[in-house]
Design a protein around this ligand. Structure first.
Ligand code: PCA
Length: 329
């Protein structure tokens, strides 16, 4: 069958037109697995970041956030991005501590216990963490700290002896080590499974922030919160270098700009919301208090031991980071 010539021309022109339109609106869709619930402040910050990227790229780069370990579980997210199953993700740095001691630095107890020090610790260690992740083809976009970590318990604690043999929930190798040194039994439970682990009695104490205590309705299973302010662990939002390099320059610029804004916003919200989170624990009838003196002194000793252990593991490079941090203080 032969088409009349003018018709062929019309069809050909519109095909070219459609092709151009497709290029002009070429859309990149990224999946972003994250470990924490949708209403967590990190996740809300990430949603805002994704929205800003969408707007700044005129809809060319769409990031779909899959919160609460729904696409990949917390401990699968790094590998998923490394292997291209997802393009961007979020994780807690100290969750990687078995790969390299460097990743454990921000969970060394009592090394940096407030926001100002925590920022300095990041300043001193950021380049090394970036270089380490670059070896895996990953690029950090930004990092945000959690509120200070406290100790939740079902019973009153007077000294470290009260933790003897207790099953205590851990989220990273360093936290597990601290629990061991406190005489407890560490049980690794990711945040997404925490409420269940508490309600079924798998663990009866927990080391985490007021934020996660609030997110997981700690008061349903735990009665005491000791505000020991042991450290401020950090999350990173990171991207596969390959996916990043495949973007056009304006999209890369937009992504980096939104990331810088998210970092600033995230640290601010984390710090500002801490008091609010603690108030929520109180409002829900938890006994919120500083650790009794004896307990705090014993915990500080555990911190000293863990600092020494960290230096030994992290070697001269680690020592140099620690020295740089202490100079900034
Ligand atoms: N919440 C996360 C990590 C640190 C924190 O404050 C958790 O408990 O898993």
């Amino acid at each position: 069958m032969r088409f009349p010539r003018p018709l062929v021309k019309v069809i050909a022109t519109s095909l070219v037109g459609l092709g151009l339109a497709a290029v002009a609106h070429a859309q990149t869709a990224w999946d972003m697995p994250t470990p924490y619930p949708a209403n967590n402040f990190h996740t809300e910050n990430i949603q805002q970041f994704a929205k800003e990227v969408d707007e700044a790229t005129g809809g060319k780069l769409k990031i779909t956030v899959h919160a609460n370990g729904s696409l990949f579980k917390a401990n699968e997210i790094k590998r998923a991005v490394q292997s291209g199953q997802a393009q961007i993700g979020e994780l807690i740095i100290s969750g990687l501590a078995n790969e390299d001691a460097l990743y454990a630095l921000d969970t060394v107890p009592f090394l940096a216990t407030g926001y100002a020090d925590s920022k300095k610790l990041w300043q001193a260690s950021k380049a090394a963490v970036e270089a380490r992740l670059a070896k895996n083809g990953l690029k950090i976009l930004y990092s945000v700290a959690w509120p200070p970590q406290g100790l939740y318990s079902m019973t009153e604690l007077k000294s470290i002896g009260d933790l003897k043999g207790m099953k205590i929930r851990s989220y990273s190798p360093t936290v597990a080590r601290m629990i061991e040194l406190m005489g407890g039994q560490p049980v690794t439970v990711q945040a997404a499974d925490l409420t269940q682990a508490l309600s079924t009695g798998v663990v009866s104490a927990n080391l985490t922030s007021s934020a996660t205590g609030y997110d997981t309705k700690s008061w349903e299973n735990l009665s005491h919160y000791y505000d020991i302010q042991a450290w401020l662990p950090k999350n990173i939002v990171f991207v596969s270098k390959k996916a990043f390099d495949a973007l056009d320059q304006p999209s890369r610029d937009a992504l980096l700009k939104a990331a810088a804004a998210a970092e600033e916003r995230g640290w601010k919200v984390s710090e500002e919301k801490t008091a609010w989170y603690i108030d929520q624990l109180k409002a829900n009838k938890m006994k919120v208090q500083p650790a009794p003196e004896a307990l705090q002194a014993e915990l500080l000793k555990v911190g000293e031991k863990m600092t020494a252990e960290w230096v030994e593991k992290a070697g001269p490079d680690g020592q140099a980071i620690l020295d740089a941090y202490r100079k900034l203080k």
